[in-house]
Each structure stands twice: as C-alpha cells, then as structure tokens.
Design a binder for this molecule. Structure first.
Ligand SMILES: Cc1cc2nc3c(=O)[nH]c(=O)nc-3n(C[C@H](O)[C@H](O)[C@H](O)COP(=O)(O)O)c2cc1C
Length: 321
C-alpha cells in the first residue's frame, strides 16, 4: 500500500487514541511490529493558537517514522493553517479526523459531525490539502446513523480529491462503540474507489486481521486491541506470514516490557502524572496472570515508579519460585 512515497505491504497501523498513543506507547507498538503510527488527535484551532498542551502532542522521534499527525476541525482556514503547522512539526503525512463521535466534537460539526454535511467535509479536506505538500489521509465512520450511511459517497469524493488513504471505523457515529463493527462495508468501499483502504473496528485477533484483508483492505488499524495487547501487531504479522498463532508472551518478558513502558511514561509525563496515567495499562500486562488481586491493589496505590518496579519484581520472583 502506498501513501505518497511510503510504501508498505499490508501495513498494520496503530490507531490514534487520545491519552493513549503518546510517544512511549507509540514506541512500544513500533517495537512490536506496528508499521504506521498516528499521534492522538489535535485540534486545528488549538494548534494555530499555539497551545503548549496541544503542540506537545506533535512531538515525534525519528525512530517512529513513518508517522502521521492527526488533526481535527471544521473551519477551513484554521485547518489549512493547522496542516502547515503539522508539516512543520515533522509529520510524514497528515490524517484528518472525521470520525470522532463524542458530543462536544461531533455536535459542533467536527470529527464525525462532518458526515452530516458532505459539502463541509469536502471543503475541510480541500483546505488541508492546500495547507500542506505532504500526503493527506482521512479517518472516518460509515455515516452519522444507520439510515444515513454515506461512506460510499465519501470514498468516491476522497478519491477525486486525491486523498492518500481512507481509514474506516465500520460503525456509525450514533453507535459510538456499541454493537459490532460491520466489516461487510469494506468490500463495498473497495468496489467504488481505488483509494487505499485501511479497515478499522474490533480487530482483536490475527484471525480478525486475516478476515479484513480477505475482505479487500489494503491496511488495518488497531486501537483497543493494542491497548489490551501492545504486541498484537507482531502476532498478526506472524499469523499472516505463516498461518501460525504465536503463544502468549512469557510473564518475565511481559513484566520487562511493562517496566520499560512505565519508566518511559514517567519520563515523558513527569513522575506523578506518568504513574497515574499508566494505571490503565496494567491490565494488558497482567492478563491471565493468577492471584493478582493484591498486586493490582498495590499498583493502584503506589505513586512512585521505582516502588512499583520493586513490587512487580517481587511478584515475579514469587511466581517463578
Ligand atoms: C481511548 C480512545 C481514544 C481515541 N482517540 C481517538 C483519536 O484521537 N482519534 C481518532 O481518530 N480516533 C480515536 N479513537 C478511535 C480509535 O482510533 C478507533 O477508531 C476505534 O477505537 C475503533 O477501533 P478498535 O476497535 O480497534 O478500538 C479513540 C479510541 C479510544 C478507545
């Protein structure tokens, strides 16, 4: 699949996820086989106002390339300027978020709100294309609701505009995360356009990935499956190449990754914020481990990285004994 001069066969992409896909998490997924990375979404308006908390989200490191900065908004002028700022920040391509379903964003016409006004959708894409010389991609949903599925029109429009790739989360805005992703739209999208298609929604296992490629996707994007299992990319790639399911990662390896990830998070966000925000990540590393009630309680209480590391190492020693 090609996006500009990025050429990767059947890329596995880490989905943009607010408060999740920060640099430490992106680095972890990259090491574990993710081919394309995206930043968390950043507001076009906030970028042009140079709000530090937002511009920090565009910090990229050379080892994570190719990487996209994802921007959102529905005001043409600010999206054009935001695209230029994202290019200046070093992105390899710019992704436009046209799928965010949360009320405060979609309700004012940004994110998935664009699916209710395809003229505005088109104008936003045109402005981003005008603001940058980098490839531009779009991530969206099937439509606003079940009665107004517009994804086929969107795919045709984006192809005509010269967009580099289209990622589709196969749910409507009204669905949020309810129900299941309807992958049956993927081959229908491929029928109406040649734009590289990245399938998204509920891809949690190597077999799911295989199914989506068979449905015609050129690439896949994984979100929650990577939070639960950051090494999912490596497992999917192995399955696609060999047909074999890799065994789960041994506990010691998992704990080593966990400790490295925790330290990176504390370095990136500062000790206290890093430790607190890391609490959502323990589940991935502790999945299936027996007798963890007490360990989990300590992890939720401790606020210093090195105390947590000690506690994890102590638990590991007990398990291995
Ligand atoms: C915590 C969280 C934050 C998210 N933030 C973003 C975001 O910043 N930009 C975006 O396009 N999608 C965002 N999403 C949606 C995901 O990128 C993805 O489309 C969705 O989770 C469906 O894929 P999955 O079933 O693999 O998780 C977010 C999802 C989650 C769970």
């Amino acid at each position: 699949m090609r996006i500009g001069n990025i050429d990767i066969d059947r890329p596995l992409c880490l989905a943009p996820m607010e408060d999740v896909t920060d640099p430490p998490f992106r680095a972890l997924c990259k090491e574990n086989g993710a081919d394309l990375l995206y930043t968390e979404f950043v507001s076009g308006e906030a970028l042009i106002r140079n709000i530090a908390r937002v511009t920090q989200k565009m910090e990229l490191s050379p080892s994570e390339r190719p990487v996209a900065i994802q921007i959102y908004g529905s005001a043409e002028e600010s999206m054009e300027r935001a695209a230029a700022i994202a290019q200046e920040a070093g992105a390899d391509f710019i992704d436009i978020n046209c799928g965010c379903w949360v009320k405060k964003i979609a309700g004012r016409g940004d994110g998935a709100g664009l699916l209710r006004d395809l003229h505005r959708f088109e104008m936003v894409v045109r402005s981003v294309l005008k603001g940058t010389t980098l490839p531009v991609t779009v991530k969206t949903r099937l439509g606003w609701d079940q009665d107004t599925i517009v994804i086929l029109d969107v795919a045709r429009m984006l192809q005509d505009l010269g967009v580099g790739a289209l990622t589709v989360h196969c749910r409507t805005r009204v669905q949020g995360y309810s129900g299941v992703a309807d992958w049956s739209w993927l081959p229908r999208i491929k029928q109406v356009s040649d734009i590289p298609l990245i399938g998204n929604g509920d891809i949690k296992t190597p077999e799911d990935a295989d199914t989506c490629f068979r449905l015609g996707c050129d690439g896949l994007m994984i979100g929650r499956g990577a939070i639960q299992n950051p090494w999912i990319f490596r497992h999917i790639r192995h399955y696609l190449d060999t047909g074999e399911i890799l065994p789960d990662m041994p506990l010691r390896e998992r704990f080593t990754l966990c400790i490295r990830h925790l330290r990176a998070q504390a370095d990136y966000r500062g000790e206290r914020r890093g430790v607190l925000s890391f609490r959502k990540n323990y589940a991935a590393y502790l999945k299936g481990v027996p007798n963890i009630a007490q360990l989990r309680r300590s992890l939720m209480e401790l606020e210093e990285t090195e105390l947590i590391v000690e506690r994890l190492e102590q638990f590991l020693k007990e398990q291995e004994a």
